[in-house]
Ligand binder design. Structure first.
Ligand code: ZN
Length: 146
């Protein structure tokens, strides 16, 4: 059930992550954990008003959890917080329910992870970064540490 596109995207972001590093001047950070697989990431964002100007993550976990966080940051850096939350909502609906073709297109590379919707055991891995993003942006109060 895995498409070549899915495999290539996950491999590529694991071998050559763009955003897996420290972010010393981050404004907000939040840890996300998926105990069922052992995935553990810390998401850090630099914001200017309502705009996400930079972002990074550190952590460990399976290929899907790490690649998904990297792909997510590719998509949301440079966007407004509301826009990032809207995209996270589309991603989570893609994995757990269904979305329109237009919505799929908006997700760009992240749309490759639609294959995970057929892999129940990997769903928590794929959504970890996106849930962490929702939490970091959604509940208003920045949280630092774990
Ligand atoms: Zn995992």
């Amino acid at each position: 059930m895995e498409s070549n596109f899915y495999r290539e995207i996950v491999n590529d972001h694991n071998l050559h992550p763009t955003h897996k590093h420290e972010l010393a001047d981050a404004d907000i950070e939040l840890r996300g954990v998926n105990p069922s697989c052992g995935d553990d990431i810390t998401l850090r964002l630099k914001v200017d008003g309502d705009k996400i100007v930079d972002g990074a993550y550190t952590g460990d976990g399976c290929a899907i959890s790490q690649a998904s966080a990297d792909i997510m940051l590719d998509l949301v850096i440079g966007r407004g917080k509301d826009e990032a939350l809207r995209l996270a909502d589309i991603f989570l609906r893609m994995i757990k329910d269904k979305i329109t073709d237009e919505e799929l297109e908006e997700l760009e590379e992240a749309g490759a992870l639609i294959d995970v919707s057929h892999m129940p055991a990997r769903v928590k891995c794929a959504v970890l970064g996106w849930h962490t993003l929702e939490n970091i942006l959604g509940n208003g109060l920045p949280e630092v540490g774990g």
